[in-house]
Write a protein that binds this ligand. Structure first.
Ligand SMILES: Nc1ncnc2c1ncn2[C@@H]1O[C@H](COP(=O)(O)OP(=O)(O)O)[C@@H](O)[C@H]1O
Ligand SMILES: [Mg+2]
Length: 279
């Protein structure tokens, strides 16, 4: 079941920039889907279509199989179901304290005081930010801000969480913590859509990968299929995961092969190397 599907969407900004051209993008319920592309490819523009912040110049967006209706009431409902975490937490966090920030969404949809308190507490706990309730968001680190922004979305209890470059600007530990959290949320049934240009993270977490370049989807499939198409990866100004790149060099320069398609993760490479060593 596709929870989100775009059909031939084109988007042109008011200044005439054509940011998306005939984009067909499908998200299967319960999956982690990654949109991979270099800066300026159209990732953020596409994501802003998923909860109706942007409306396509032409083409359609389907949510749960029905075309998105842009009247106010439906948009509100859509935004409860599809939560977007912006790339820059400073665009998202604005309340004087962490608690008020996370409570803002639930308050807006008119939940009871008890329900709001419960949701704030549960969401902050979920992202490992309990104890920070009274802090002003601008006193937090980048990773902490990101987690509070995620808590704010979680508090709305959405079906789908869309995260625009969730690991950008974070240190390696912060980035892994966020990815781990997303993995856990997904295990509990949340559909996750992320954009990134971090090709090393994608094969660890995503089950479906789309490559976007100059507003066009130029490849889609599982990580193996997508990263197996080295030419397309490079054409999109991306690179292979480091591990796959090493395997490619060993194969092409040194004629040492651990099999194709190249392993994409340390775990997979380790297994292949050990198998070969034991032969
Ligand atoms: N508000 C805007 N007005 C005009 N052009 C924009 C605007 N925002 C983005 N663009 C252009 O749209 C294209 C896609 O941008 P964006 O979706 O932000 O890419 P990405 O998120 O992949 O870096 C780029 O060419 C960018 O310059
Ligand atoms: Mg962007």
């Amino acid at each position: 079941m596709n929870v989100i599907e775009t059909q031939d969407i084109v988007y042109e900004y008011p200044d005439g920039t054509k940011a998306l051209e005939n984009v067909n993008f499908k998200v299967d319920e319960g999956k982690i889907v990654a949109l991979l592309g270099p800066n300026g490819a159209g990732k953020s523009t596409l994501f802003l279509h998923f909860n109706g912040i942007l409306k396509p110049s032409s083409g359609k967006i389907l949510f749960n199989g029905s075309p998105v209706d842009y009247n106010k009431k439906n948009l509100m409902k859509l935004r409860q179901n599809v939560g977007i975490v912006f790339q820059n937490p400073d665009d998202q966090l604005f309340a004087p304290t962490v608690m008020e920030d996370v409570a803002f969404g639930p308050m807006n949809i008119g939940l009871s005081k008890e329900e709001i308190e419960k949701r704030v507490k549960d969401s902050l706990k979920r992202v490992g930010m309990e104890g920070f309730e009274k802090k002003p968001p601008h006193h937090l680190s980048g990773g902490q801000k990101k987690r509070v922004a995620i808590a704010g979305i979680l508090a709305m209890d959405p079906k789908i969480m869309v995260l625009d470059e969730p690991t950008s600007g974070l240190d390696p530990k912060g980035a892994s913590q966020i990815m781990r959290l997303l993995y856990e949320l997904n295990e509990d049934g949340m559909t996750i859509i992320i954009s990134t240009h971090d090709v090393d993270l994608v094969p660890l977490y995503a089950s479906t990968v789309y490559i976007i370049s100059h507003g066009n989807i130029i490849k889609e499939g599982n990580p193996r299929t997508v990263f197996g198409d080295v030419e397309t990866i490079r054409k999109a100004n991306l690179r292979l995961p480091r591990i796959a790149h090493l395997m490619e060099i060993l194969n092409k320069e040194d004629h040492v092969s651990f099999g194709k398609p190249y392993p994409l993760t340390i775990g997979e490479a380790r297994r292949r190397i050990r198998e070969q060593a034991e032969d």
